[in-house]
Write a protein that binds this ligand. Structure first.
Ligand code: FAD
Length: 493
């Protein structure tokens, strides 16, 4: 059972062995593996959402927001009981075609919210009969400081959480303002800064002309929601390259790529080699998607072989192209977006926003088309910011990640993807007790964005934490380990 921390008074300090900041997908799967691995102990999860396990991706309730791989490819570990498809077949057989999903493959791209429910179910099952106590602090972490032997989190509800180890699993915050968009218009009516506010999207008038900045999967989700809401106005999407994510399909051809055996080389050499692999697989009846599926699974091995200069080259020249092949749209969503493009309602442009100003109750924007000096002016009533994670974590110390950096507990990584971490997930900085998990660790671990890759990373990190906590967690409950508790009480005064 997950305990609710509501019973703790304002300002009261609580002790735990591991505190996880962010109880979305990554944080909850880590908790699940810790519950299984630790004999006893206390885990605190700080998460403002009512439900653990869903986070941003899996709390989406819109029916067009589906998982972009088949349910067969999703799970929280390689164990049979942790396979999403088996759970669906047991509890929601109609979602997967009433029998084995393979007989109805197109229908196994289920809504994302089911996956959040599955994660919670797995956590609940792990806690049943376990001596590990898991406490959900339904608030945000605002700050952290070093105390003797560990760390103290300062919570937005006025509480404090003392932990031997803290894991940052917050993913990124809301996107930064798009480049070229004036800060003064950040709160202007009609500008949607956070595309995940479903209610904001629902308020867009159906006849409004909409400009979406960004053409990745978030743009696809927003477009899908607008179309599902019977939007009639024009939808224009803009990004530097104007590339749209490709459609997903059911994996057809199993490909195994042993990147560990590839010699260290440059991004260009690896690109050439991957193209050769694709040509080979296509000759054998497979497709580039199969190679990307294999790449996704073992990309960390290849990423680790690149020097920082080569990683930067990848970010500058290849990332946009990699992203549209790697992060694909679920087939149903891809079909809806494509049909709207063919009908002329959705248009995708390559270029950059030069300026935006208020005009006739909406916006007048200037766009510089890619590859030409031509500047076009568009009017629109709504602008939706789908530019993705904020690249620079530093400027905002009120944000938890900004606070970590300001206190010297963490450093932004040189690629602007998140935090600098070591092989074991420890965050470089003033404390050895701070760890990070999930997309924030991409500079070191590569493509840890998809659920299966994050689940694997969470399981490894649980092992590291179990070792770090050592005997303290294995031998008795938190209250029995009064040494640790009083130690912390002194440290926090
Ligand atoms: C829209 C979308 C769709 C996706 N679709 C797929 C898919 O189909 N298949 C797939 O494999 N992968 C998909 N992914 C990728 C992947 O599964 C997610 O990126 C993954 O869920 C990330 O997990 P996370 O825990 O790091 O982030 P999240 O699950 O977003 O969790 C982060 C949590 O941290 C909390 N938080 C933030 N700041 C604080 C703070 N200061 N204090 C306390 N809590 C805080 C937030 O409330 C949030 O719940 C998708 C991602 C997104 C964004």
């Amino acid at each position: 059972m997950v305990l609710d921390s509501g019973r703790h008074g304002h300002g009261e300090a609580v002790f735990c062995d591991v505190a996880i900041v962010g109880g979305g997908f990554a944080g909850t799967v880590l908790a699940l593996h810790l519950v299984r691995g630790l004999g006893s102990g206390r885990i605190g999860i700080v998460e403002p959402r009512a439900e653990l396990g869903s986070g941003l991706a899996y709390s989406a309730t819109d029916e067009v927001h589906c998982i972009n791989v088949t349910a067969r490819q999703m799970g929280v570990s390689a164990q049979a009981e942790d396979r999403f498809i088996d759970w669906l077949e047991k509890w929601y057989p109609t979602l997967v075609g009433g029998g084995l999903g393979a007989s109805q493959p197109s229908r196994t791209f289920v809504q994302r919210r089911w996956f959040g429910e599955f994660v919670r179910d797995r956590l609940g099952a792990a806690l049943t009969g376990s001596k590990v106590k898991l406490e959900h602090h339904r608030t945000s972490a605002e700050d952290v400081r070093i105390v003797e032997g560990g760390l103290e989190l300062i919570l937005a509800n006025g509480g404090k959480l003392h932990a031997l180890c803290v894991v940052v699993a917050t993913s990124h915050g809301v996107p930064a303002l798009p480049s070229g968009f004036p800060a003064a218009l950040g709160n202007a009516p009609g500008f949607i800064a956070d595309p995940w506010q479903a209610q904001e999207l629902k308020r867009i008038p159906p006849e409004a002309d909409v400009l979406i900045i960004g053409t990745g999967l978030t743009m696809a989700d927003v477009t899908g929601s607008l179309l599902a809401n019977a939007h009639r106005g024009r939808i224009r999407a803009l990004s530097r390259h104007g590339l749209l994510s490709r459609a997903a399909s059911v994996a057809t051809y199993p490909v195994a790529l042993d990147f560990a055996s590839w010699p260290q080389a440059t991004v260009t050499v690896y690109l050439r080699r991957l193209r050769n692999e694709i040509a080979l697989i296509e000759r054998e009846g497979g497709s580039w998607r199969d190679v990307f599926t294999a790449l996704r699974q073992r990309s960390a091995d290849l990423w680790a072989k690149l020097s920082i200069q080569e990683k930067k080259r990848f970010m500058r020249h290849l990332k946009s192209f990699y992203d549209v092949h790697r992060y694909r749209m679920a087939p149903d969503l891809a079909g809806r977006v494509e049909a709207a493009r063919e009908a002329g309602q959705v248009e995708v442009f390559a270029g950059r926003l030069r300026s935006a100003r208020r005009d006739r109750g909406g916006f007048l924007v200037e766009i510089e088309r890619r590859g030409s000096s031509e500047v076009v002016r568009w009017r629109c009533q709504t602008i939706v910011n789908c530019t993705g994670p904020r690249p620079d974590l530093r400027p905002d110390p009120s944000h938890f990640l900004g606070a970590l950096i300001t206190r010297g507990l963490a450093y932004p990584d040189p690629l602007g993807l998140g935090l600098t971490v070591a092989r074991d997930g420890r965050v470089y900085g003033l404390s050895r007790n701070l760890f990070a998990l999930g997309p924030l660790t991409r500079e070191h671990f590569g493509d840890v964005v998809g659920a299966p890759e994050i689940a694997e990373q969470a399981q490894r990190l649980a092992g590291v934490l179990e070792e770090t906590l050592g005997e303290r967690c294995r031998g008795g409950t938190a209250s029995e380990r009064s040494g640790a508790s009083s130690y912390f009480s002194r440290g926090s005064s």
